[in-house]
Design a protein around this ligand. Structure first.
Ligand code: IVH
Length: 672
């Protein structure tokens, strides 16, 4: 690869991973499987390792995911919450054990093997035996204070049992939702005509981050504790001992925990866990193997984001073989025809699967999937199953390649491949499937988040000709909504209220919801910050748009073309006539952007500001704040008891600022 190709590839991977981080950690609504995500991270790690000149402290490979959201107080962990290195391969697992044994100069090291629970990481602080706080992992350094929600978890003791309790202890664990509770909630939503949740992990993550306490109380959450954070005074010397202490104190711990010595025993335990985990009350996606003795853990140390004394062995997604009985085509909001596999129903990861995604035409042709084939399907992380490959040996001799139709299966209009694109589209903007898609997108959680306006309701509204574009949503009357199937008085009122409330949501939500080609949530946020209103975005030309960090040529052209279309312009105008009044973000005043293009890292305790205040201040002046120091760091803002970041900055020759220096720079910036 040429240098520029590497650069482009690294940028693209970072952006892609950041998008999935946002979906997984903040929105609790991932689009891809954990395995696909782990693969992206590995690809990026490999590229960064081969091209250290492109390594960067704020690459997603260097930090843990970030789940911080608005609406919660943030709280700094006494001891950071790290993530875990993971592997899917036996060889890599053995290599991990070998590294540990070599570093400790010790054969048959003792390990603990525990289930890896697929939930939401949380840190619970007890002071003198009393629960005082529950905090999410956040960015690893600080998390959201979710104490009020955690108190609804029956299994979480408010007070610890026993004597000789520590003064302060942070205990780490995982909040999850049981499958039966997940099914119960979805059944209720189905009956109410609301969209169903995708899987228990997302629902647990979403619930933990809800501000509506009544709703949290209605959803039953559970917890498992497995880790020691800060503890004063220190009182245990091994993970196995800590697990026992947790049990004595009254906490639920891993369903089965193995104490083993050496790689072979550990490997055996991992396999045993795999055969048992179906019976556990929570979803598990792997085994966590931890060096048992804490002194050995200390000796092994950690990297910037994960301990060297532990590893997660992840179980590959479950697969099954079945017959592809048909291929249907779904027409999305942009008209793209997406092939869907209609399968002979088969059991997979505890559920019956009868449909799977074939992703897109190109992917389907690459895999040469044909009707009648035996195919391998996979369900990863309980997201939509996918067709992985064809079992060619079993292909019927008379099978033929699938031919994509010349007309749209939904509206009959001609299909077309646009220049430079691989996907086949329905070209009729009035196609009912496209209309429904656009409305669903607009109302979805990633956009205007109109509760109660899900797929089923949108379908009815379009079929009864009550709405045909997004502005029509704001013309709906109570009587019209109440006339829909399954709508009781209360739910009609709720939907009316949700529609009304959406008018003042954040601007980026509206920009994302409009469905401008190429503009996803991230670009929408960049645009909202930069322009502050739809009106000024409409006036921007391509040259102005490409100047903005994160907006490329193609996106810029998409935006300009979108507003040029008379149909779009009139929908946007109607929206505003009907009372749309989005909340503008705090805009950066360009004349104040004295730190534009500069990257800061903050460390230690500052004399007057909290770290997040300093971050907000720097960002308000156009600067970026990263988590760790690299060659690209412009300034290290250091307070009292700054540690390794200061040493690193000094060794790289990065200029170090005190809080006073920072204030000086801002003052000077103003006068210049
Ligand atoms: S120990 C220093 N033990 O998996 C890291 N983590 O992918 C200590 N997890 O962030 C983590 N089950 O949220 C540990 N038995 C277990 C776990 C577990 C689930 C989560 C945890 C961690 C993530 C890493």
């Amino acid at each position: 690869m040429k240098d520029v190709q590497v650069e482009v590839e690294i940028r693209a991977l970072r952006k892609e991973i950041e998008k999935h981080d946002e979906l997984y950690y903040r929105q609790a609504d991932p689009e891809i499987s954990d395995q696909a995500y782990d693969q992206l991270k590995r690809d990026l790690e490999a590229l960064e390792a081969a091209h250290p000149e492109w390594a960067s402290g704020d690459s997603p490979t260097m930090r843990v995911g970030d789940d911080l959201v608005e609406g919660f107080e943030s709280y700094v962990h006494r001891q950071p919450m790290m993530s875990l290195d993971n592997t899917y391969s036996k060889d890599e697992f053995y290599a991990f054990v070998e590294r540990v044994e070599k570093a400790l100069e010790f054969d048959s090291v003792a390990f603990v093997v525990e289930p890896k629970i697929d939930g939401v990481a949380v840190s619970i602080t007890y002071e003198n035996g009393k629960l005082v706080r529950a905090v999410t992992r956040g960015n690893g350094t600080e998390g959201d204070d979710i104490t009020a929600n955690a108190l609804f978890i029956d299994e979480l003791p408010g007070e610890l049992k026993g004597t000789g309790l520590p003064e302060i202890i942070e205990i780490r664990g995982e909040i999850y939702m049981r499958n039966d509770e997940f099914d119960r909630i979805n059944a209720e939503r189905r009956a109410a005509g609301l969209d169903e949740f995708k899987n228990p992990r997302n629902l647990a993550a979403g619930t933990v981050k809800m501000l509506d306490r009544n709703e949290v109380a209605r959803r039953k959450l559970n917890i498992v504790l497995y880790g020691l954070g800060f503890c004063q005074p220190e009182m245990v010397s091994a993970q196995s001992e800590f697990n026992q202490t947790l049990t004595d104190w009254g906490f639920p711990v891993g369903e089965r925990i193995w104490k083993v010595r050496g790689a072979d025993e550990a490997w055996q335990a991992i396999n045993e866990l795999d055969s048992l985990r179906d019976q556990f009350p929570y979803p598990t996606d792997g085994a966590v193997v931890k060096t048992d003795r804490l002194d050995q853990q200390d000796q092994l140390g950690k990297t910037s984001k994960a301990p060297r004394w532990a590893i997660a062995f992840k179980f590959a997604a479950e697969q099954a073989e079945t017959i592809l009985e048909g291929i249907t085509l779904q027409v999305g909001r942009t008209g793209v025809l997406t092939p869907v596999a209609e399968l002979r129903p088969t059991q997979l990861a505890g559920t019956t699967v009868s449909r799977a995604t074939l992703h897109n035409q190109e992917e389907m042709q690459r895999k040469d999937v044909r009707i009648g084939d035996s195919v391998i399907v996979e369900k990863a992380g309980e997201i939509i199953p996918a067709v992985i490959r064809v079992v060619f040996e079993k292909r019927p001799s008379d099978s033929l390649p699938f031919v994509f139709p010349e007309s749209c299966p939904e509206c009959g209009a001609p299909t077309q491949k646009l220049e430079g694109e691989v996907a086949l589209r329905c070209v009729n903007a009035e196609c009912p499937a496209q209309i429904k898609g656009r409305l669903q997108h607009f109302a979805s959680r990633q956009c205007m988040d109109i509760e109660g306006l899900g797929e089923a309701v949108v379908d009815q509204l379009v079929e009864c000709s009550l709405v045909s574009n997004i502005s029509d949503i704001y013309r709906l009357t109570y009587d019209q909504i109440a006339s829909l199937e399954k709508f009781a008085e209360k739910s009609a009122q709720n939907l009316m209220a949700a529609i009304e409330q959406s008018k003042t949501k954040e601007l980026w939500r509206l920009l994302h919801g409009l469905g401008v080609p190429q503009v996803g949530a991230t670009a929408a946020k960049d645009l909202a910050k930069h322009f502050g209103s739809v009106a000024s975005l409409r006036e921007a030309d391509v040259e102005t748009l490409v100047e903005i960090d994160g907006i490329g040529e193609k996106t810029a052209q998409g935006i300009v073309a979108y507003f040029k279309s008379e149909a779009n312009a009139s929908i946007v105008e109607s929206l505003f006539e009907l009372g749309m009044s989005p909340t503008a973000p705090e805009m950066i005043d360009r004349s104040e952007a004295i730190f534009e293009g500069m990257s800061f890292v903050i460390t230690g305790t500052l004399p007057t500001m909290k770290r997040d205040e300093a971050k907000a201040l720097i960002e308000s002046k156009g600067g970026k704040v990263a988590g760790s120091v690299s060659k690209k760091t412009t300034f290290l803002l250091a307070g009292e008891s700054a540690g390794s970041k200061l040493t690193k900055a000094e060794s790289l020759g990065v200029e170090v600022l005190s809080e006073a220096d920072l204030f000086d720079k801002i003052e000077k910036g103003k006068s210049s």
